[in-house]
Write a protein that binds this ligand. Structure first.
Ligand SMILES: *Cc1c(COP(=O)(O)O)cnc(C)c1O
Length: 286
């Protein structure tokens, strides 16, 4: 053999089997394609292991239940599939993306009688966003035009896509969404602010996605003796905050140092954000 490791095309899981990426295609009649009728999860992989796997499976099962979708496999089977992908692709530090749609059926809004849910999953290498975590990013505020079940991680992401594009058009790193002046979250991550040493974040109700990183950070704040409250806050409170940061699976904890062109606090990542970043880092298996 001329080559050592046959590093072939990435394999992905699609509809009951592992296939090379080049052979992975879906039906034009998949309801994910027509309606965004499905759910997804993004997992972090550190040192070859899925981080907070149980929390992700719990959320996946809840999203499925709430949209009346039967998952095609049991939790342990999904876990086996994701681990198989990680092994096959030799991913040590990266992400796993997975989604389940309601399946293939002629286009009609009500649930089809006999469609079989289709699962897609693949993993990728992804470094931790060290630079962003150290220097922070800018954000712009925009109205939250999404629907009223933002607690479900569904494939309907147009509200987030449009908001994130507006941020990108303005050269901002992310967008902070608000409903009539009440701040909810970012386009694909949760938002926390710090005022007088205390952390504030929107309650985990139907208006935000119940982030797993958010929950980890709230727990760490408790352990660190940092006062943290789940309470809705206004754009005015956001603008008067000493610190702001976003939380998410791939981003971990990223400081927001500028909002709508104005500095947050002194315009640099703040001490509470730094402490939480350090405690988060300590939860990452090496
Ligand atoms: C996934 C997501 C988050 C972050 O959740 P994590 O579990 O921490 O990754 C926050 N907001 C939205 C809209 C999301 O889709």
């Amino acid at each position: 053999m001329l080559f050592r490791e046959p590093r072939c095309l990435p394999v992905i899981w699609l509809d009951d089997r592992l296939v090379p990426e080049s052979e992975a295609s879906v039906s034009y009649s998949d309801r994910g394609y027509y309606f965004g009728d499905g759910i997804y999860e993004v997992f972090r992989v550190y040192g070859g292991h899925l981080y907070e796997a149980d929390a992700h499976y719990d959320r996946l099962e809840r999203s499925a239940r709430e949209i009346g979708l039967g998952l095609p496999y049991a939790r342990t089977e999904i876990d086996d599939i994701l681990r198989l992908l990680l092994e096959r692709e030799h991913v040590q530090n990266g992400t796993v993306y997975m989604q389940v749609t309601r399946g293939v059926a002629p286009r009609s809004h009500p649930f089809p009688a006999d469609a079989k849910p289709v699962m897609l999953a693949y993993c990728s290498d992804a470094a931790r966003p060290i630079h962003m975590m150290q220097t922070g990013i800018s954000a712009v505020t925009r109205p939250d035009i999404r629907w009223l079940r933002c607690d479900l991680k569904t494939l309907n992401l147009l509200g987030s896509v449009l908001a994130k594009q507006e941020a990108a058009d303005q050269g901002a790193g992310d967008v902070i969404l608000h409903r009539d002046g009440i701040v909810t979250e970012c386009s694909a991550s949760n938002l926390m602010i710090v005022k007088d040493g205390a952390v504030l974040t929107h309650p985990a109700d139907h208006l935000i996605l119940h982030g797993i990183t958010r929950a980890v950070v709230l727990r760490l704040a408790g352990e660190q003796g940092i006062h943290a409250r789940e309470r809705a806050f206004t754009l005015e409170e956001l603008r008067a905050a000493d610190e702001a940061f976003l939380t998410g699976t791939t981003m971990e904890i990223v400081p927001i140092v500028q909002i709508d062109g104005l500095p947050v606090g002194v315009g640099e990542p703040g001490p509470v954000t730094r402490r939480l970043q350090q405690s988060f880092e300590a939860t990452i298996p090496s």
